[in-house]
Design a protein around this ligand. Structure first.
Ligand code: CAO
Length: 252
């Protein structure tokens, strides 16, 4: 077998370039959080074989349930968010597919399957993307998940997260639902082995019980580590989540 010539190995970083040769340029240093996120996402993207599986859930009934709960809970209690339902469905799926709630060791030979469910939630802050963790999220009700997520997001925005708030995650959910988009490829928050991306729900004409109907459809994008999860398992995991979201009474 021929030995690879190290000089012909692919370059792993972009070469330095003088952009000012072509016009005015502003040079701006990245702040420390951006640099940390950059290092983590680069390490994950380079070392973890990512595949992203996309699906859609009909959340028309889920939206109705949210509205009903808003009415019955009274005006002081906001309805559980779409994100809270997605987190609840992911926890149910992690219990059904324990390998997804795991980490691979650096040798790639041993899997640590976790029996606790700590869900990271990506939060968009002025300082950059931060992922606080909902500890023991399986013990929380839907309103508690919604309230705890809002609390962590608020702490992230005000720069008040402690190390304990951001460590110990077993699976991450990242929602661009408020901002928009139909699908994306989330980067796995290694050493976790999967991450669920949520895009914006839209009313779309779909086949519903044999008729075309306008339904509210939520796009979901699951990126997974192909060393641990194969395509069939990912599709089943996603199908489980989709079915739970389409039958939201099972999550309440
Ligand atoms: N589809 C359509 N609308 C959605 C939605 C979805 N999937 N998810 C939320 N919304 C709507 C809600 O109905 C609500 O609308 P109203 O204000 O009209 O009631 C509003 O958006 C709330 O959105 P929110 O973003 O404030 O709350 P959230 O619980 O959905 O999410 C948080 C909280 C912290 C996760 C989110 O604010 C955030 O920071 N997301 C960005 C994460 C990110 O940047 N990920 C990218 C990672 S890759 O770089």
């Amino acid at each position: 077998m021929p030995t690879a010539d190290p000089k012909s190995a692919p370059q792993l970083s972009v070469p330095a370039y003088d952009y000012a040769l072509f016009g005015e340029v502003e040079e701006r240093p990245l702040d420390s959080i951006q640099q940390i996120i950059g290092r983590q996402t680069t390490a994950s993207w380079r070392t973890v074989p990512h595949v992203t599986h996309h699906d859609e859930a009909d959340v028309t009934d889920l939206d109705e349930l949210r509205q009903q709960r808003a009415t019955t809970a009274g005006s002081d209690a906001p309805p559980p968010t779409v994100l809270a339902f997605v987190i609840k469905a992911c926890i149910a799926a992690l219990k059904e597919f324990p390998d997804v709630n795991s980490s691979l060791d650096s040798s790639g030979q041993n899997l640590f399957v976790k029996r606790y469910y700590n869900i990271g939630v990506a939060v968009d802050t002025p300082a950059g993307l931060i992922v606080p963790v909902l500890k023991n999220a399986d013990t929380l009700s839907l309103p508690e998940i919604a309230a705890a997520t809002a609390g962590l997001a608020e702490k992230a925005h005000s720069g008040k997260l402690s190390l304990a708030d951001v460590e110990g995650g077993t699976f991450t959910v990242t929602s661009l639902g408020k901002i928009g988009g139909t699908a994306f490829t989330p980067i796995i928050n290694a050493p976790e082995v999967a991450i669920m991306g949520v895009s914006r729900a839209r009313r779309k004409p779909v086949d519903h019980n044999g008729d075309i109907a306008l339904r509210r459809i939520l796009p979901l994008s699951l990126s997974y580590d192909h060393r641990v999860i194969d395509g069939a398992k990912a599709a089943r995991f996603m199908g489980f989540i989709r079915d739970r979201l389409q039958d939201p009474a099972t999550l309440v």
